[in-house]
Design a protein around this ligand. Structure first.
Ligand code: M6R
Length: 615
């Protein structure tokens, strides 16, 4: 789970690589490094810390000249984040230099063999083992770099996206992928290499995404040659036209990507249902569902696999699918599911939810489900991502790039797609009347405006954030459709402010968490009018009598909670199953403002990375 960037062409490589690394910092940001070929030798600089720290160090340490280079921003797996373990890594001779995103699982055995053959290792990384393995193969067999990479990769167990070059052949970069993404941007007599297309979007709209088990030799001024790593077969390159634009990956006047993405939700939700929600015709059109309707209708149950925020969206969908389409749903942490021996049959539909489409545990869960005969449907944001390709069918969320590590618009757009699916299936199964169906479509269509209205609570949420920013614990409570929102609110606070927070179904409070409540404990309670309102009000009374501080998320105009709570944040009224799309907004803002007030790095919280491509 790191970001890699490379360039070979007619421009100076350094500015492209450093900027590219900044754009990829969402993938990891504990250390960074760049290697440039200056016309006669490799110049390398690396450091623990962020890309900005690298920039300062590198510019004082080495010349930035050169039209060939590779760079890396790291999220440590093997070896603590320090200067030595940072990438790029040299081979022992100093001829080869490599960057790597992934894990070489059998690195220890390979390292022992290489040590026996006289190799010396400076770092604790698996990557340094790989570059020396390549060097060893190249030297013993007296072959070109591309062939040596291929032979070495056939000895490797694990996952990788790599870029490697040889200072004696400074006209080519060899790249390969298995399990970690790698895109090649195709310019005029120049090539860009990156974990995603964001580092090269202003230079070219044409890109090749390597498939798993493919490698490519990227030669200055020549065509890209792609081969299968296992059997050496040549692959016809498929050049895609990118839909991404620069504006989407910049902050656009906001202080943080997270805030920008929170505010993008009205548009993002509209983009999600554009062309799919046809309220006038009273129709929902989702090609992936339509094409596989027989399978959906014959399904005994749906199993949702996902991680983190995507798992929370899955949990919301359990309530929605069961309520509207009367299909039993099980929601599984992908990381648990993949290592159980789950009962899966050909009559199961597995829905894999992932913003990035690269989460290793979700990918593994998909492979397991497929191997047991299930039909797997993907709900992904990133177009062309590994999960989007691995699933049998799917629906994109079309949220646009989400760069802040804390997921916001991904969550609401995932719920939107899953609601559309549930509605379509409900109609097909006849579990919803045509008037109810039409009413749901109209209500869903109104959600972007209501999100806009919910965002108006921002200034007030900021005031509340100031009052509670020094609390050491928070409780989040919700029931029914809003129980997953309570979990999501707690996750948001934890991951960016480092304040301990727990989400609970409100009624579970009396079975344990109530012991935590005293005058120091802020309790965020989602108490919207529809859905167990009276019961939640009773829960609020229980908190009140134990002197807890109550922050209620209520339906506009609410009176009862207002009388009991210390603060209430209003959201517009909607039908019960759509309330999560609104109640989540103040919770996102609350965590954002608290983290900002505490001086935390909102977009790049410690120890985290945007896409978790390792176990
Ligand atoms: O890309 P994915 O949706 O598969 O990512 C899953 C989780 O890693 C992700 O949602 C994570 O929990 C976020 N940081 C939460 O804000």
């Amino acid at each position: 789970m790191c970001g890699i960037v490379g360039y070979i062409g007619h421009r100076e490589a350094y500015p492209i690589i450093i900027k590219g690394l900044q754009r990829l910092e969402y993938r990891g940001y504990d250390s960074a490094g760049i290697a440039l070929y200056d016309g006669s030798d490799i110049k390398l600089s690396k450091t623990k810390g962020k890309v900005v720290d690298l920039k300062d160090k590198l510019e004082s340490e080495i010349s930035t000249i050169g039209s060939l280079g590779i760079g890396h921003t790291r999220w440590a797996t093997h070896g603590v984040p320090n200067d030595v373990n940072s990438h790029p890594h040299y081979s022992n001779s100093g001829d080869l230099v490599i960057i790597h995103n992934g894990i070489i699982e059998n690195y220890d055995a390979l390292k022992k063999e290489l040590i026996k053959r006289g190799y010396v290792f400076k770092s604790d990384t698996d990557t340094e083992v790989l570059v020396n393995l390549i060097e060893d193969v190249k030297r013993n067999e007296d072959i070109k770099l591309g062939k040596a990479v291929q032979i070495a990769l056939n000895q490797v167990v694990g996952a990788y996206a790599i870029a490697v070059f040889d200072k004696n052949k400074p006209n080519e970069i060899v790249v390969a992928r298995l399990g970690s993404p790698l895109a090649i941007g195709i310019g005029e007599d120049e090539f860009f290499i990156a974990s995603d297309a964001s580092p090269f979007i202003e230079f070219t709209k044409n890109a090749i995404y390597l498939e798993d088990e493919e490698m490519a030799i990227v030669r200055r001024g020549k065509e890209v040659k792609i081969r299968k790593i296992k059997n050496d077969a040549l692959v016809d390159p498929y050049v895609q036209e990118l839909q991404l634009n620069l504006e989407q990956i910049e902050k656009g006047g906001y202080d943080h990507f997270m805030l920008k993405e929170i505010y993008e939700q009205p548009e993002a939700i509209k983009d999600t249902f554009r062309g799919r929600l046809l309220s006038k015709e009273a129709m929902v059109k989702l090609a992936g569902v339509e094409d596989n309707m027989k399978k959906f209708l014959a399904a005994d149950r749906i199993i949702v696999v996902a991680c983190g925020t995507s798992w929370h969206a899955g949990l919301v969908s359990e309530y929605i699918f069961e309520d509207l389409a009367r299909i039993p749903v099980e929601v599984e942490y992908a990381s648990e599911f993949r290592y159980r021996n789950p009962v899966i049959t050909e009559k199961d539909i597995v829905i894999a939810i992932s913003q990035s489409g690269e989460t290793a545990d979700t990918l593994a869960a998909i492979k397991l489900a497929k191997s047991r005969g299930a039909f797997v449907f993907g709900v992904c944001n990133v177009v062309g991502s590994s999960i989007a390709r691995e699933t049998d069918a799917g629906a994109y969320t079309h949220a646009g790039p989400e760069i802040g590590v804390a997921s916001t618009k991904a969550f609401t757009t995932q719920i939107t797609v899953l609601t559309l699916m549930a509605l379509r299936l409900a109609r097909a199964k006849g579990t919803i009347s045509s008037s109810e169906f039409r009413h749901h479509l109209i209500e869903l269509e109104l959600i972007p405006d209501k999100v806009e209205e919910a965002l108006k609570s921002d200034a007030f949420v900021q005031t509340i954030s100031d009052i509670y920013k020094d609390a050491t614990n928070f409780l989040y409570l919700g029931r029914g459709f809003n129980f997953p929102v309570a979990l999501e609110g707690a996750l948001k606070l934890k991951e960016i402010s480092y304040i301990h927070a727990e989400g609970y179904p409100a009624a579970e409070m009396k079975h344990g968490p109530i012991a935590l409540i005293d005058e120091q404990m802020p309790v965020v309670v989602i108490a919207t009018k529809k859905g167990h309102y009276e019961k939640v009000v009773s829960n609020i009374q229980e908190i009140k009598s134990r002197k807890g501080k109550i922050i209620g998320i209520v339906t506009k105009g609410d009176k009862s909670v207002k009388e009991l709570a210390d603060h209430v944040i209003e959201v517009p009224e909607t039908i019960e199953c759509l309330t999560p799309l609104l109640t989540t907004i103040p919770l996102q803002l609350l965590s954002y403002h608290i983290a900002v007030m505490l001086g935390k790095n909102v977009d790049q919280p410690r120890n985290l990375a945007k896409s978790v491509t390792v176990e």
